[in-house]
Design a protein around this ligand. Structure first.
Ligand SMILES: Cc1cc2nc3c(=O)[nH]c(=O)nc-3n(C[C@H](O)[C@H](O)[C@H](O)COP(=O)(O)OP(=O)(O)OC[C@H]3O[C@@H](n4cnc5c(N)ncnc54)[C@H](O)[C@@H]3O)c2cc1C
Length: 418
């Protein structure tokens, strides 16, 4: 494994904040009950205690200072959401009924056929009002797909809701990390090393060497060459294109990958002098939709329950031009709107963490821009959250893509041996 940075984790890493001395993640991550492969991978590597699932999906949602819940019951299929939707008081009763009527649209979506359309337009076609879109679909959808409804493809959005939200109460449960992400990655890598995987940190691949349509080696930034006939690339989409020889970049399917754009995520970590919330997690419609995690409770060793919060704003491009002080002002105001105790609590630390290249933007017409694991270059396999997994950019998608690529390598090696 060749890794450019001196640490493991990729886009799910941790660091110690110099100001506060606290362990921060580059961004709060969550899982859903449907993330089987990610959970399975940590299990196989014997990495324990990294997350826990809510017994049932339950997200408190604040809007205009009022609290309602998006919640689930132990009922099969999409039925698990219906009682919660019926009680979702941020919407008038008739809008709740309309939202329920939209649910069957998520059961068997033809993702490819819907890909050219925006999620917003598709929802409007299904009779969803702007309020229902803003207070329900956009709030949840942006957290899952890192793009607002009018920026993202109805195909991937509907498919993601099918996989994770309407598939049943177990699959829709929220999984919350209880250790810093970087610790999990470091432990996973240590287990791989113990099984014989050689890991080279601070080592960057500069170019893939391709001869007569096959991989023959890697060139590293330090000028050295690594002869090899098989490579699984796990770098992000733009890094992948840069590794290809120039004459391959313009050929299909590689040229289409260049159509994928990035979408940013903003995280703000706040440490108050005293507890301001009893929730473990909640959402607010402020800041274009934000999710707030009680990091002090989730990471029990911090002993900061209710005082140490991690605020995540997905698809946060609208805030990119603001300086950190202004971002902290807006976020603390939004927290105070939901948590009355935060109005008088003293803020001890605030750290703003921008991830401009958080995930690819699942824009309309990008389904076919995602590359299959088997590429037209013999011996080159593509993995990563941006490849053709059918999942949104996620830890689960990344793990699935890696597994598919590894299986293809195994098949090729078995065929060669025979
Ligand atoms: C702030 C934030 C919040 C997120 N929230 C969630 C969430 O709640 N749930 C969820 O499931 N997902 C979430 N994601 C997305 C998730 O982190 C990514 O989908 C996942 O980590 C992608 O994994 P990957 O292996 O495809 O790519 P990466 O993690 O980007 O790994 C690629 C690796 O390649 C290395 N690399 C790049 N170029 C080279 C080179 N030339 N040579 C050698 N190495 C190179 C990089 O350093 C990196 O380590 C979030 C992402 C961010 C940034």
């Amino acid at each position: 494994m060749i890794e450019r940075t001196p640490y493991p984790g990729g886009r799910a890493f941790s660091f110690v904040d110099r100001k506060s001395g606290l362990d921060l993640d580059n961004g709060q991550h969550v899982l859903l009950g449907c993330c089987d492969e990610y959970v399975g991978l940590l299990d196989r590597l014997d990495v324990r205690g990294g997350f826990r699932f809510q017994p049932l999906l339950d997200i408190p949602i604040y809007h205009g200072g009022k609290l309602q819940h998006v919640s689930s019951r132990r009922l099969s299929g999409p039925l698990h959401l219906l009682p919660g939707l019926l009680r979702y008081g941020h919407l008038p009763f008739r809008e709740r009924i309309r939202a329920m009527r939209a649910a069957p649209g998520f059961l068997h979506p033809d993702a490819m056929a819907l890909d050219a359309q925006s999620f917003g337009d598709w929802l409007r076609q299904m009779g969803q009002s702007e309020d229902t879109i803003g207070l329900l679909w956009d709030l949840v959808g942006t957290a899952v797909l890192n793009g607002h409804v009018d920026e993202i493809s109805a195909g991937l959005a509907a498919e993601s809701f099918r996989i994770g939200v309407v598939a049943g109460w177990k699959r829709a449960r929220l999984g919350l990390f209880t250790r810093p992400l970087g610790d999990l990655a470091a432990e996973a890598i240590a287990r791989l090393q113990a099984r014989g995987v050689r890991v080279h940190y601070s080592s960057s691949v500069a170019r893939l060497d391709v001869r007569d349509g096959r991989i023959v080696g890697l060139r590293l930034r330090d000028g050295s060459n690594v002869p090899t006939s098989r490579v699984i690339s796990t770098v992000p989409q733009d890094a992948f294109i840069n590794l290809l020889p120039e004459d391959w970049r313009l050929r299909e399917p590689f040229s289409a990958v260049q159509g994928l754009r990035w979408s940013p995520i903003l995280n703000v970590f706040l440490e108050y002098e005293e507890p301001v919330t009893d929730h473990e997690v909640f959402a607010s419609t402020e800041m274009g939709g934000m999710f707030v995690f009680n990091r002090g409770r989730l990471l029990p060793e911090s002993r900061r329950d209710g005082r140490w919060l991690s605020v995540s704003v997905s698809a946060a491009g609208a805030f990119r031009s603001l300086d950190h002080a202004e971002i902290v002002t807006r976020v603390t105001r939004a927290i105070a709107g939901a948590c009355p105790r935060a109005r008088s609590a003293k803020l001890r630390h605030a750290s703003v963490v921008w991830q401009p290249h958080a995930t690819f933007l699942a824009a309309p017409n990008t389904w076919t821009s995602r590359l299959d694991a088997k590429t037209p270059i013999a011996g080159l396999y593509a993995a990563g959250d941006w490849t053709n997994t059918g999942w949104p950019a996620s830890l689960e998608g990344a793990v699935r893509s890696g597994r598919t690529a590894a299986q293809l390598v195994e098949i090729a090696e078995t065929a060669e041996r025979n």
